[in-house]
Design a protein around this ligand. Structure first.
Ligand SMILES: [Zn+2]
Ligand SMILES: [Zn+2]
Ligand SMILES: [Zn+2]
Length: 262
């Protein structure tokens, strides 16, 4: 299989398949769904941190042409600060619950599709960037691409469930919500293609793109997902979260080390 085929297949996995999984998840009764959501989010935290620290960062530091490690960690730092600013612009915000305060600030005054449109734009931009990162990871090494796509899919599924809920709340029909969400997730493939063609020939940039990918994953896990987990303080919830975070890390660890040694 050539590199471009890998990239297209796995960006479809990260984008389109997450929407399909999320819409299947919407068929589950709401009570069960809101019980399962935190588990998905915990797992995603582990997968994101695992992919960042066990896959992306080591490969960024070991990148060919990297003469000064400091520049890689500087890129991670700038990435984190950049995502902080992006989130201020409500472009990087993820939704994880049926009632999201970030995207539906005042439902009573929201008569239009404003919240839904905003989330589709934000989602589209976010997925586009995920696509570029997937391409950069594959161009570094196929096994790194696989691990990165897994981490993208892990956090996209709970996000898309939240996105669906916001779209339905803001007046979209189920059909339209599905269609628009699907369109917004196709931007992953678009980003991957653009990443592939614009990064080909400028391979020395790849380690820095990996560093930004790592900062994106770290930011989403630590600043976006973990605060939601702290809303459940019972010892049993904490225990479940710890187990699922560990499971997310383990899946990435096992997949990465298995493929890496090949
Ligand atoms: Zn939201
Ligand atoms: Zn994402
Ligand atoms: Zn590796």
């Amino acid at each position: 299989m050539n590199l471009l085929t890998w990239i297209i297949l796995f960006s479809l996995l990260g984008g389109v398949l997450s929407v399909l999984a999320a819409s299947a998840f919407l068929l589950v009764p709401e009570a069960l769904r809101s019980r399962a959501m935190p588990h998905l989010v915990s797992f995603a935290v582990g997968a994101l941190l695992g992919a960042a620290f066990l896959g992306l960062l080591p490969h960024a530091l070991a990148g060919p042409g990297v003469t000064d490690f400091h520049n890689i960690t500087l890129a991670v730092l700038l990435g984190l600060l950049g995502f902080f600013v992006l989130e201020k612009l409500v472009l990087w915000r993820h939704c994880h619950s049926d009632h999201c305060e970030a995207h539906v600030p005042e439902p009573k005054h929201d008569h239009g599709h404003a919240a839904g449109t905003l989330i589709l734009i934000g989602d589209g931009i976010h997925n586009f960037v995920d696509g570029v990162l997937i391409a950069a990871a594959f161009m570094t090494d196929i096994h790194l691409g696989v691990v990165t796509s897994l981490a993208v899919a892990a956090h996209e599924i709970p996000q898309e469930v939240g996105d669906f809920a916001v779209l339905l709340h803001s007046g979209f029909s189920r059909r339209k919500a599905f269609l628009y969400n699907m369109l917004a997730s196709l931007t992953t493939v678009l980003g991957a293609l653009l990443g592939y063609f614009s990064l080909a020939g400028v391979e020395p940039i790849l380690p820095y793109v990996l560093a930004v990918a790592a900062s994106s994953f770290i930011y989403i896990a630590v600043a976006d997902l973990i605060p939601g987990l702290h809303k459940r303080l019972q010892p049993i919830a904490t225990f479940q979260q710890a187990v699922l975070i560990a499971a997310g890390v383990m899946v990435i660890y096992v997949v990465h080390s298995t493929l890496h040694s090949q």
